[in-house]
Design a protein around this ligand. Structure first.
Ligand code: FMN
Length: 287
């Protein structure tokens, strides 16, 4: 079950999806038991941005028939807060740490890369490119040319492996993945949430979520995630971290068979925090 992800030795192919497992809170509840039976072979932080963000106004979550729509809005302490408060705790986890970052332009991403470069506790960077372009309103990672430009200007600012977390909200994810590969990505991860709208039942035409629109995740997006994994794995030779509605070892197996090297568990961990451990054990049984 051991895997090499861009030179990082992992004990098995199951990690977490960014923003879906609050390991600091979980440690407070489960104490040492969490570390001895740690469910993930690497831990991915929630997205951090250069400046602190409060996130979107509530309500932030809407349950759907088969998953949820979130409009959390990336609340985080910002780079300085992450380095001071979160990193010391995250770096004591028993697995390699992948820090997820997002910037709204190359300058911000470059500053984040440079600031993390000296942090030996961080094994790799995951770059979330689902940030809206302030001019076009489209995700910056939705256009292959724009993504190439971004990576071209920031890639040299870090020697750490860079995993580009692709946005699924694009016309052709394979083209975007190819652009990431050509511009220096070491791996790609997919899928992030799909843009979605939750209607307020008591206010016709109005949004339920405080942020207006949100992102759909969970089993509802699994078939889309699988389709995008198949498309990306035929387009690039980079390692692929696949996610999107993975709830069982059988689901995980399908993503690995579709070309993923690693799979991540996201929304399902909210329903049952033991899911990732069950998937890891289930994959052994299936192999
Ligand atoms: C509540 C919530 C918060 C999330 N926060 C982040 C985040 O901070 N950064 C990120 O790149 N993805 C974030 N995601 C996306 C997940 O990492 C994952 O890509 C997506 O949910 C699909 O996987 P899943 O269906 O297994 O949840 C978030 C998803 C959820 C549901």
């Amino acid at each position: 079950m051991a895997i090499d992800l861009c030179g990082i030795a992992l004990e098995h192919p199951v990690i977490n999806g960014s923003g879906t497992f609050d390991v600091i809170a979980a440690r407070r509840v489960f104490g040492e038991a969490l570390d001895t039976e740690f469910p993930f072979s690497a831990f991915v932080s929630k997205t951090i941005t250069l400046e602190p963000r409060l996130g979107n106004p509530p309500p932030r979550l809407f349950e759907t028939a088969s998953g949820l729509i979130n409009s959390i809005g990336l609340p985080n302490r910002g780079l300085a807060g992450y380095l001071e408060h979160d990193l010391p705790e995250l770096s004591s986890l028993p697995v390699p740490l992948i820090t997820n970052v997002m910037g709204s332009n190359a300058d911000e991403v470059g500053q984040l890369f440079e600031a993390l470069e000296g942090c030996t506790e961080i094994a790799a960077i995951e770059l979330n490119v689902s940030c809206p372009n302030v001019k076009t309103g489209l995700d910056i990672g939705s256009d292959p040319a724009e993504l190439s430009k971004l990576l071209g200007s920031v890639r040299s600012k870090t020697s750490k492996p860079v995993i580009v977390k692709l946005t699924p909200n694009t016309a052709n994810v394979a083209l975007v993945a190819s652009a990431a590969e050509a511009s220096g990505a070491d791996a790609v991860s997919l899928i992030n949430t799909l843009r979605a709208f939750a209607a307020d039942p008591s206010r016709p035409g109005k949004a339920w979520l405080g942020g207006g629109t949100g992102g759909q995740s969970g089993p509802a997006i699994r078939s889309v995630a699988l389709a995008q994994t198949v498309a990306v794995s035929s387009a690039v030779s980079l390692p692929i971290v696949a996610m999107g509605g993975i709830s069982t070892a059988a689901n995980a197996r399908q993503f690995l068979d579709a070309g993923a090297l690693i799979i991540a568990v996201g929304t399902e961990s909210f329903r049952d925090p033991a899911t990732a451990a069950q998937i890891r054990d289930g994959l052994v049984a299936l192999s």
